[in-house]
Write a protein that binds this ligand. Sequence first.
Ligand SMILES: Cc1cc2nc3c(=O)[nH]c(=O)nc-3n(C[C@H](O)[C@H](O)[C@H](O)COP(=O)(O)OP(=O)(O)OC[C@H]3O[C@@H](n4cnc5c(N)ncnc54)[C@H](O)[C@@H]3O)c2cc1C
Length: 406
Amino acid sequence: MPRIAVAGAGPAGIMAALAAHEKGAHAVIYDAAVPLATILRTGGGRCNLTNAGAEDANLALHYPRGGRFLLSAFSRFGPTETMEWFRFRGLPLVEEEEGKVFPRSGKAQDVRNMLQEQARTACVKMSAHQPITSIAPTPKGFQVTTERGEALFDRVIIATGGDWRNPRGSGYDLAMSLGHTVTPLAPALTGFASAESWPARLAGVSIPQARLQAHPTGMRALRETGGLVFTHRGISGPVVFRISSRCAFLPFSSRAPLHLWLSVLEERDKQAIEGRLIAALRERPRQQILSVLCGLMPRRLAQTTLDLAGVATATSASGITRVQRKALVDLMDRLPLTIVDRDKGDEMVTAGGVDLAEVDPRSMESRIVPGVFFCGELLDVDGFTGGFNLQAAWSTGRIAGLAAAD
Ligand SMILES: Cc1cc2nc3c(=O)[nH]c(=O)nc-3n(C[C@H](O)[C@H](O)[C@H](O)COP(=O)(O)OP(=O)(O)OC[C@H]3O[C@@H](n4cnc5c(N)ncnc54)[C@H](O)[C@@H]3O)c2cc1C
């Protein structure tokens, strides 16, 4: 029976330990803080634990980095198997819009309780506040050191998560001490701060299907669609997170900003937008232009659009000149935003991590030090919002645990 040390009791580490136990191994988990605490903050406290909407073949597209690497793990333990795994162990699930899957209770705490119960039943020991500080390969196995002492294990699974703020953080240090490369790290899935002050006046206004475009220097043009919310500093929401992930390694600032263009209407091109505006103006010629625009977008955004176009709100629909109409159409098609910073403090995942070329995707085993396995966000893998990051943790964790127990 192999003895396995797991560094990190997050979703990836616990899944790995439970999988290893299932195959008859003896797993011990050490956590630097509180086991499974990271689950509680996920999905706004509801834990969006996977996504049932993506076709298997398309699943990789939801990962700006590492999608192809994950394919092997997904083919063995993808969203379908993950949902079965949780349901079979007594956690009812519910699928919501865009395939997002949550516990039916709506409580991340229930996911944590269930995983803790699984660990208890399997006699997987979880030690809190015991960071692993070093892993040394020896002829007899791996000598694992924590602040409380040393122990010898046959295999080690490193599942210490991501931390872009600390490239010398414990998990990255452990990987590097074993000869692994850690690629540059950056925050992903962030909101944006804009140079313009008008988004602050719209704080709280949300657009269910906004379209964002960007042409970052040195990158291909980006186009994303999804929910957007205006904030006191700029913009946030799923569509913003997607752009932020794609631009995770792009440095931008007030000197070298990222230019975005926002469209809030369903119409995909300028001609269609103009057609819709003309129809709305003709339908209610005596109404104020503000009321007409309110039929197309939220009131505060309509007001802002008129301000930016320099059109008085009291102008009647029939009094709108051709030049004013063109200015409004231009803004409705491409409302410019100058992004000068990422929103600090709401970063959800780390882009970058342990170099995937040094890890076998079929087993998550190190190609440098056999007997060492990696899983979860510590790897150079990150996904969009919608349950994809936890899915990567469950999939890589399960594969690492099964392989380590072999
Ligand atoms: C606010 C927020 C909301 C999120 N919501 C969602 C969501 O709804 N759906 C989704 O798919 N993803 C979500 N994510 C992302 C998701 O939480 C992570 O991708 C996922 O937790 C990664 O799992 P992990 O096990 O790899 O790492 P982590 O969850 O970070 O766990 C790593 C563990 O390792 C421990 N550790 C670190 N160093 C050591 C060491 N040296 N020794 C021992 N232990 C160590 C840490 O204490 C921690 O407990 C969210 C993230 C945030 C921040």
